[in-house]
Ligand binder design. Structure first.
Ligand SMILES: Cc1ncc(COP(=O)(O)O)c(C=O)c1O
Length: 388
């Protein structure tokens, strides 16, 4: 069936963080990472059927859930996982937090690469660890990793884990196998556990494929835990369901313990149905979504290239979160976002919240209908032109 991603769905007054948290009703939100699209029909049907039953008590995870997860990994990512490797939890952030607790003591250090998704910081500091940064280097077009710096930091005995974001939010890179190999080898050399956030794994543009870190070698598999969810792929973030893949039994026991301590191990009945339907019947919707997002990306790039030469899009290989270099404007990204909000009625994400290297950049969510995207870009242009 043909899905209509051009349809504009009114999300206001639905308890929606993106559309309901601004007091002024005329603000256009293009910030938080969920999509404005209606989810795939088989998911809606599965949830409707569950609602019709009318009883929503505590849930158990059925065999069909594990089967759907395993099948998706193999079919979409060419990686065979086992049922016993899967730990279920309420989101990728709870998973990361559990991982920090499982592998560190208060006072230990956690390695991350900035700019990066800002909740990595809170997962670390909430668990009384400190952050060690391997800053990603922007070369004016894309990003490079300073491996020497990475190894120096990983070799600190206080560094217990590295949280890898692949594909990387906010810079939009699906890391290549050779890059992952270098990072993984360094972590093995220095006994640093790799915690991989692969929540954006399915949202990769045509010329690239996602490489699951744990699939690269037995050594990587046994030294990593991988956090995933159907939430970004299928727009199910509110169903609060994610999976942690842990092949190493010793690691798995530790993760399971942390999830129990945090009481984040109980599944959500709708999340179970959503995941099963998404992974079994969502591929048709996903392939049309990826085409639509690619169209949105091309639209944004040609709009900015032709109308806003002061801005530069960092062309992503993955994610619907687009990272834009605004440094030529000569103002801080915080000030720019303030002006966008107040003069342009447009809410986007300030790059500086993603840590070192994020200053001077903004992040725009393009997972919306083309008309909304065009409106957002016109608002962006209106404010940029005030500076000229
Ligand atoms: C890289 C990354 N990890 C985790 C999350 C949030 O995961 P969850 O809602 O499952 O906690 C996001 C949301 O934007 C993200 O971009």
């Amino acid at each position: 069936m043909k899905y209509n991603f051009d349809e504009v769905i009114n999300r206001k007054n639905t308890n929606c963080v993106k559309w309901d948290s601004d007091l002024e009703s005329d603000i256009l939100p293009m910030w938080i990472a969920d999509m404005d699209f209606k989810v795939a029909d088989p998911i809606i049907k599965a949830l409707e059927d569950r609602v019709k039953h009318g009883v929503f008590g505590y849930a158990d995870i059925p065999e069909a859930y594990y089967k759907a997860e395993i099948k998706w990994w193999e079919k979409r990512h060419n990686f065979r996982i086992k049922k016993e490797w899967i730990e279920v939890t309420t989101g990728v952030i709870p998973a990361l937090s559990a991982a920090v607790q499982a592998f560190t003591e208060p006072g230990d250090k956690v390695l991350i690469q900035s700019p990066v998704y800002n909740y990595f910081n809170t997962s670390i500091t909430n668990n009384k660890c400190s952050i060690v940064l391997n800053e990603l280097n922007y070369n004016g077009r894309s990003y490079e990793i300073d491996f020497e710096d990475f190894e120096k930091k990983a070799s600190d005995p206080k560094v217990k884990i590295f949280i890898l974001c692949n594909p990387h939010n906010p810079i939009g890179i699906a890391w290549r196998k050779d890059t992952l190999e270098r990072l993984g080898e360094i972590c093995l050399r220095h006994n640093v556990v790799v915690v991989v956030d692969e929540i954006h794994r399915d949202l990769v543009y045509k010329e690239r494929t996602h490489m699951p870190f744990a699939s690269i070698s037995k050594g990587f598999l046994m030294n990593s835990i991988t956090c995933t969810a159907p939430s970004k792929t299928f727009n199910l973030a509110g169903l609060k369901t994610s999976n942690i893949i842990v092949a190493n039994e010793e690691y798995r026991k530790k993760i399971n313990r942390s999830l129990n301590i945090n009481e984040t191990i109980e599944p959500n009945i709708f999340g179970i149905e959503g995941l099963i339907a998404a992974y079994n019947y969502g591929e048709e919707w996903l392939s049309q979504l990826l085409e639509y997002l690619e169209g949105n990306l091309n639209f944004l790039i040609s709009f900015i290239d032709s109308k806003l030469p002061g801005l530069k899009v960092v062309k992503p290989s993955a994610t619907y979160l687009i990272w834009i270099d605004c440094r030529k404007l000569g103002i801080s990204s915080k000030e720019f976002c303030y002006r966008l909000l107040h003069d342009g009625k447009l809410r986007i994400s300030d790059g500086s919240i993603y840590g070192k290297g994020g200053e001077g950049f903004i992040r725009i969510n393009i997972a919306c209908s083309r008309t909304i995207l065009e409106e957002g870009l016109n608002r962006l242009a209106k404010v940029v032109n005030l500076f000229n």
